[in-house]
Design a binder for this molecule. Structure first.
Ligand SMILES: [Zn+2]
Ligand SMILES: [Zn+2]
Length: 266
């Protein structure tokens, strides 16, 4: 095949993998599981509980737990990921270590940590209970090799792997860049920013300042130029009956709601 066609297919494959990953993370894990801004249909709940770890490599319950702690302790020493305490580059490893620590405590059913996600009525995934977290990564790597072999293109195989496994990069951009660089619409007590580039690339997640002002809103954009593609995904998913929208007021009109988490859990 021509190099133009190869690059075009690689880009499309990357975009598809990226889209699947980001649908799970921003629509299902974040707006749904962590904040209840969208409600799951029975099929969607099944997908989150039983396929989330396989598709993304990230445990849904542990992700939601870490994220709620982030909102509760934003940019303090207890924040699981903050550039204020880990540094912009240090956050690469910092967010991974926090995730592993939280996952280990949830697996051991540490009472303080379980209290953070007591409304989530399923356990950490089988893979993580059995310390098989690496299996999804190997499966996606094998699929990438298969795709690369089938298309005779390293680029297309690689595009699949880096698209579907893009969460660490997305997470770093949101957690580091959108808590350090950008503008603020709201005078929140944390250091959240609206970072337009991250907002566009990570489907609305870069509008952290808007989101920290109202974590319960399904929509992360406020101004006309703040494009929240994650919200578009939510609208499409709702059309297909996968989710329904929570009864959350518009972002401008509500105060910053507290997340009810006991302070003794850390
Ligand atoms: Zn944040
Ligand atoms: Zn959030």
């Amino acid at each position: 095949m021509s190099i133009e066609l190869e690059i075009g297919i690689a880009f499309a494959v990357f975009a598809l993998g990226y889209l699947v990953n980001i649908f799970y993370i921003t629509v299902l894990y974040h707006r749904g599981l962590a904040h209840g801004a969208v409600r799951f249909s029975p099929v969607t709940r099944f997908l989150v509980e039983h396929t989330g770890s396989w598709v993304t490599g990230i445990d849904p319950k542990a992700w939601a737990c870490m994220h709620r702690l982030h909102h509760q302790y934003s940019d303090t020493e207890k924040d699981p990921h903050s550039p204020a305490y880990q540094g912009v580059m240090g956050l690469w490893l910092g967010q991974l270590r926090s995730y592993e620590r939280i996952l280990a405590r949830l697996t051991k059913k540490s009472p303080g940590m379980m209290a953070v996600v007591e409304d989530i009525d399923f356990d950490v995934s089988y893979l993580n209970r059995k310390r098989l977290w690496f299996v999804p990564y190997l499966i996606h790597l094998a699929l990438a090799c298969l795709i690369g072999w089938g298309t005779a293109s390293l680029w297309i195989g690689g595009a699949y792997f880096f698209g579907i496994m893009s969460h660490p990069v997305q997470g770093w951009m949101v957690n580091a860049l959108a808590h350090r660089y950008g503008y603020r619409n709201f005078n929140t007590t944390d250091q959240s920013r609206n970072n337009t580039m991250v907002g566009w690339l990570v489907f609305g997640e870069g509008f952290q300042n808007n989101h920290h002002q109202n974590p319960g809103s399904v929509k992360f954009s406020v101004k006309w130029f703040e494009v929240d593609l994650g919200y578009v995904l939510c609208v499409i998913a709702a059309r297909f009956g996968l989710i329904t929208f929570g009864q959350t007021p518009a972002i401008e009109s509500v105060p910053h709601p507290a997340v009810a988490i006991p302070s003794s859990h850390l």
